[in-house]
Ligand binder design. Structure first.
Ligand code: ATP
Ligand code: MG
Length: 148
């Protein structure tokens, strides 16, 4: 159905409030975002999976920035952290099921969060990818069509 993306983002942030602890969260949402044709619960789950990684793989008090913009007939959402980052040659693999970086043995996880996020984005006809930041951490991008 047609949903308000700002509401979806709000709900997903509230769901991970506890794991965000004292990260500094910045949320930048395009003021004129159109309604989007998505499954609300799945979109919330997708954002929870990405945002919880940003918290889990970064240190206390670092900044996490979530942005949502319209780009033509697509919406682009990005989640940037200042965390431990991902080596360039593993950036594509983090979306594979059960894939975890070796350095993560200390942090518990199944390696499914991003595979599930990718499945959800694909179901909406979108794409998901990640880049290294200039300084520290990674940014995960999601792009999906507004709807028909
Ligand atoms: P879970 O299934 O509980 O989410 P997980 O967090 O290990 O477990 P994914 O969310 O799929 O699994 O992430 C896969 C791997 O990608 C992680 O184990 C981690 O190595 C790496 N990763 C994901 N997000 C980040 C990030 N923001 N910063 C650094 N590494 C990350
Ligand atoms: Mg995860």
């Amino acid at each position: 159905s047609w949903c308000d993306l700002e509401d979806i983002i709000g709900v997903s942030i509230r769901q991970i409030e506890d794991s965000l602890e004292n990260r500094q969260l910045t949320v930048e949402i395009d003021e004129s975002l159109p309604p989007v044709q998505v499954d609300e619960l799945l979109m919330e789950q997708m954002l929870v999976n990405i945002m919880s990684n940003a918290a889990k793989y970064s240190a206390d008090k670092t900044r996490i920035t979530l942005s949502a913009y319209q780009k033509g007939d697509h919406i682009e959402i990005s989640v940037q952290d200042k965390g431990i980052g991902v080596p360039l040659n593993e950036l594509d693999h983090i979306f594979d099921k059960f894939y975890r970086l070796k350095s993560d043995a200390r942090v518990p996880g199944t390696g499914l969060g991003l595979a599930i996020a990718k499945g959800i984005v694909k179901a909406h006809g979108g794409t998901i990818w990640a880049n290294q930041n200039q300084d520290q951490g990674i940014t995960v991008f999601i792009s999906f069509p507004v709807g028909k």
